[in-house]
Design a protein around this ligand. Structure first.
Ligand SMILES: Cc1ncc(COP(=O)(O)O)c(C=O)c1O
Length: 430
């Protein structure tokens, strides 16, 4: 055997062995055995490019899970983590303790957040952030002497995570199957109608509703931005009925939509922002909520009532140190403005698909984009597989095919992604 052939054989053996071990021992998020027959086993990343253990190159058209905003392989983030781990990797953040990275990151997030959102509670991911937002909303109303305000209203198509509360708020029934009964106190409204929200609050009884949660742009459902007057109307309705507004910025935060926060497109200030993903660009798990001076003042006034809500890793020193460095990169490289410009580039590149008879819609905001195909056509799933075969990782849901590249992607990388995206669609649909 020649040397290159021997090397190729050794690599194939490695990926084959890993795939077999994986099938035998790992249960994956959204697990289905047939998905794991030949998993893509990723090994390395640089910028918007990933390589698998066999050395195959892929463009990362989804920033992995909408989260690797600054791109892969950043030495600065590795160094920030190493420095913090070598100094104090983890510290108790409960009851009378704190640590410098958590404090500095909370202060920075308060600076970045709109309006009077100045107070941060850390979690380790998006679902925990939403659970924390729901519990904070109930805590707030209970402290205000209105303990019957408990219900959480959310939107059909919304995705908020998979813990019991976040799952119940998630408006995608596929996430409920086999896991019932759902906790009570959650209900949904159609996604883009402020009138429907008002009618729901009135029907449920405003005295029983604690909060309304919405993603500024629905991500998982298929990149659905709202009509321009939606969030201003929602804000007014929430004010009218004393309902807290929670913006789930888990995908849309940290520049993804071309503004720092998605909700800023409509000049609306929510009462609570839930964040995760882009805060560390996925380098370490971190999330949290940022909430208003008013909620904080209520906590302060009720000095004897402890907020009995906590995670061991809340304010994790290393995760927060990486978060701080990641936010510096976003600033230094102007990635929020770049996402707006790159988003227009992606939109223009996908425009030719709009004239295809099988394309129903094309949408996007900043670096979130989706093409929607005719119901029942099966094009999205086939194009997803074809794009992967051609070296682009993207994502589909039902008849939507999505694209959400790292904010740091070069123009050449974006063009290569959209070329493959278009070619894959045409190859499977004509
Ligand atoms: C809008 C939104 N909220 C919450 C979550 C849940 O985040 P996690 O998976 O970190 O719990 C996600 C995950 O994709 C999300 O897109």
């Amino acid at each position: 055997m020649t040397e290159p052939n021997r090397r190729a054989g050794a690599v194939a053996e490695r990926s084959g062995e890993l795939a077999a071990l994986d099938r035998a021992h790992q249960v994956h998020p959204q697990h289905l055995d047939t998905d794991q027959g030949q998993p893509v086993i990723l090994a390395r990343g640089q910028g918007a490019v990933l390589w698998d253990v066999d050395g195959r190159r892929y463009l990362d058209g989804m920033s992995c899970l909408w989260n690797v905003n600054v791109g892969h392989g950043r030495r600065e983030l590795a160094e920030a983590a190493a420095e913090q781990i070598g100094t104090l990797a983890f510290a108790n953040n409960y009851i009378g303790f704190s640590n410098e990275p958590a404090t500095r990151l909370a202060a920075r997030l308060a600076e970045l957040a709109p309006g009077d959102l100045n107070h941060v509670f850390f979690t380790t991911g998006g679902g925990e952030s939403n659970e924390s937002a729901f519990k904070l909303a109930r805590f707030y109303w209970s402290l205000r002497g209105r303990p019957e305000k408990i219900k959480i209203v959310s939107r059909l198509g919304g995705y908020h995570g998979v813990g019991m509360g976040a799952m119940a708020a998630t408006g995608l029934p596929a996430y409920w199957t086999h896991f019932g009964p759902l906790p009570s106190g959650f209900c949904q409204v159609p996604p883009m109608s402020a009138e429907a929200l008002e009618a729901k609050i009135v029907a449920e009884g405003p005295d029983t509703v604690a909060a309304f949660i919405a993603e500024p742009v629905q991500g998982v459902a298929g990149v659905l931005p709202p009509p321009p007057d939606y969030f201003p109307a929602v804000r007014a309705i929430c004010d009218r009925y004393d309902v807290l507004l929670i913006a789930d910025e888990v995908i849309t935060g940290f520049g993804r939509t071309g503004r720092y926060w998605g909700i800023e497109h409509w000049n609306v200030v929510p009462d609570i922002i839930a964040f995760a993903k882009g805060v560390t660009s996925g380098y370490l798990p971190l999330g949290g909520i940022i909430f208003s001076d008013g909620i904080r003042a209520t906590m302060h006034a009720a000095a004897q009532d402890r907020f009995m809500h906590a995670y061991t890793s809340s304010g994790h020193a290393t995760c927060c140190a990486v978060g701080l460095r990641n936010l510096e990169i976003i600033d230094q490289e102007g990635l929020v403005a770049r996402a707006a410009v790159s988003g227009r580039r992606v939109d223009e590149a996908l425009a030719p698909l709009a004239s295809k008879p099988y394309v129903v819609d094309r949408r996007g905001l900043g670096l979130m984009a989706a093409v929607e195909f005719r119901a029942g056509s099966g094009i999205a799933g086939r194009a997803l597989a074809e794009a992967r075969r051609r070296g682009l990782i993207t994502r589909s849901r039902e008849e939507h095919l999505m694209l959400a590249p790292p904010l740091s992607s070069s123009d050449a990388e974006l063009d290569e992604m959209t070329d493959i995206f278009n070619a894959a669609v045409v190859a499977v649909a004509g």
